[in-house]
Design a protein around this ligand. Sequence first.
Ligand code: SF4
Length: 331
Amino acid sequence: MFPDKIYYEPESLEYELGQRLKEKYSTIPWIPIKSHNKIDELRTRPNSDFPAMKHHLIIGVRKTHNFVPNHKVSDFLVPYTSSGCTAMCHYCYLVCNYNKCAYLRLFVNREQMLKKIMDHGARSEKNYTYEIGSNSDLVLENTITGNLAWTIENFSKSNYGFLTFPTKFNKVEPLLGISHGGRVIMRMSVNPQSIITRFEPGTSGLDARITALNSMCDAGYRVGLLIAPIIMTEDWKDLYSQLIDTLSDRLSKKVREQAPIEIIFMTYSYVQNAINTEAFPQAERLYDKELMTGRGRGKYCYRDDLRSSGEQFLRQQIEEKLRGMTILYVV
Ligand code: SF4
């Protein structure tokens, strides 16, 4: 059951969203905490409790609002209404930041956070793009808070800038009929279904993600496609070749005409490996010392030669089967 209990900063109940969540989840335990960043009874639990801890919901007030310059699909990464996630992708980079405490935290001061973005946009000479989903999955979060729909409707009243967010979830119905002003870019992240099943527990299936992407594009949103992360399992060439066949069959004409493609190879780390080994003892291991560089307690990535032959293979497949679509970058 999600959530099974809630840890909350008492100050969060001074906000309208905090009150609404208190009513919505009135039948489960609410445990007061001093800070969402330091919940000792969770921090000290063993790594094997990682899946169980994903059932908890943390509610607080975001205090730091620093925009981080970025140079890929956005100009700034902006801390927004949540961090962490209920899903458990084995490579999730949030685990590098939050360790086993990568559970979903909601921040109730959404008015303050959105105002900061809109004020920044109004002050700027350029139409900047703000990445609001780099710390969580906002489509998932929207199923609990309605924050993404609220954000889009309010942001669309401004004439400045764009919002963008990636997702691995298909729950876009609440976003389809609302006003977005063409100022919102949703990027759907896809992987072969077999990779989703093995390494992305708790996320939406491939077919559902493609349907959601087509629907958002039909609803007039700008859209993008992330093929990420590329995981070089033994059968990876077959899997990604089939994925690109599926995309070729299923993406609507409109998506194919406008969605740029981002391709990201998996990186992995000592921390993720340690948590996964204890939390998912039956799962396939993602760390392979023959294929990856980086040792010790740091980060690992695929060897340069494998990565560049992988990139060449994917570029060929896309050129052949998704002709006309633009690859924005491969990392
Ligand atoms: Fe992490 Fe995204 Fe997977 Fe959630 S859906 S666990 S945020 S990679």
